[in-house]
Design a protein around this ligand. Structure first.
Ligand code: UT7
Length: 331
């Protein structure tokens, strides 16, 4: 089987930890409500760090853990919805920072499914380009930049952080499924700033009056619709990836899901008929860090010894788009 090997991982999480009690000082909420509805107690928030800096720190650790130099990386794929720039890409900025001058570099936008999409793209580049040895996938998010801290239904969910993985080709187990449903784009979005210029005569843009009429530059979400999608998307993506290789889902050692809400993860586990103790969960201390959430959980599970070489993993996510995806691979 043509697959990948994850040869190194790294993560960077800001030192500033914002607790539920801290949030209760700025919006009408409580630790009891947030923890019982989401499983979150605190989240890290960038306090001076740029998105690219968090990504570069995670990437440097991933290179060290892989035992390679930046110059050996042939491709960098960065997944973020909170880039510091419209252009250049985060991948290019990080390429320079980590001395990866031989790497092609681009950003990929699949929101919270970004790491799954990015790793799957890495596998496909490795499969078709024999010259390529190492791909670096970086997921770095500064959701505090697009969070409305006056909206109690969303600001309690999100945190900042980054993680990265170095992958190379291998004969290990591999399957993936990636999908999207653009009809649900209206349920989770953040608009760009509206730009005024001398030639604009229309008072409103079409997205201010159409299905995207809600929301400002901050993240808008219809929590109930996203919740409904998520509880179906996680099991559906995992099952589709398993079906492609006729794998019994019970043979997976660890599910590493997008950390959006503990109740979403519990519903997915129930739907799959898999016990919760096979799910890697770190939402309590991190909240939802979008595309960084799966690789941060992966990195923590590897460094704590929970995930060991030879374990069969299912990385599974969903997010804005709406997108969904799963990768089954052996660590
Ligand atoms: O990466 C993907 C990102 N997004 C998600 O995965 C979000 C998916 N959705 C969810 O996780 C949940 O829908 C939420 C956590 C966002 C909300 O939980 P819920 O159980 O669906 O709550 P709700 O929206 O039904 O609200 C129940 C009540 C409402 O009050 P009333 O109308 O019943 O009086 C809300 O106003 O809870 C209220 N509420 C809060 N109360 C205290 C909403 N947010 C808060 C809060 N603190 N932070």
């Amino acid at each position: 089987m043509f697959g990948i090997e994850i040869v190194g991982t790294g993560a960077y999480c800001p030192s500033l930890s914002v607790t539920n009690d801290d949030l209760a000082k700025v919006v009408d909420t409580s630790d009891e409500w947030i923890f019982s509805r989401t499983g979150i107690r605190s989240r890290r928030i960038a306090n001076g760090e740029a998105t690219w800096e968090m990504g570069a720190a995670a990437a440097e650790e991933a290179l060290r853990s892989a035992g390679i130099n930046g110059s050996e990386v042939g491709l960098i794929i960065d997944t973020t919805i909170t880039s510091d720039f419209s252009t250049p890409s985060m991948a290019c900025v990080i390429q320079s920072r980590i001395g990866a001058g031989n790497a092609a570099a681009f950003d990929l936008g699949a929101a919270c499914s970004g790491f799954v999409y990015g790793l799957d793209a890495a596998k496909r580049y490795l499969q078709t380009d024999p010259e390529l040895k190492y791909v670096l996938v970086v997921s770095n998010e500064k959701l505090s930049n697009i969070t409305d801290y006056s909206d109690r239904s969303s600001c309690i969910l999100f945190g900042d952080g980054a993680a990265a993985a170095v992958v190379t080709r291998s004969e290990k187990l591999y399957s993936s499924y990636i999908g999207a449903n653009g009809n649900g784009a209206k349920f989770l979005y953040a608009k760009n700033h509206k730009v005024l210029h001398p030639f604009r005569t229309a008072e409103t843009d079409s997205i201010e009056t159409g299905e995207f009429a809600n929301g400002s530059v901050f993240l808008f979400q219809d929590g109930k619709e996203v919740y409904k999608f998520a509880t179906k998307a996680l099991p559906s993506a995992a099952k589709k990836a398993a079906e492609k290789i006729n794998m019994d889902i019970n043979n997976i050692d660890w599910f590493i899901p997008h950390q959006a809400n503990i109740r979403i993860i519990e519903a997915a586990a129930k739907n799959l008929g898999v016990p919760m103790d096979k799910f890697v969960v770190n939402i309590k201390e991190h909240g939802n860090t979008s595309s960084a959430s799966i690789p941060i959980a992966l990195h923590e599970a590897i460094t704590s010894g929970q995930v060991k070489r030879g374990d069969k993993l299912c990385l599974v996510g969903f997010g804005a788009g709406l997108t969904l995806g799963a990768i089954i691979t052996e660590y």
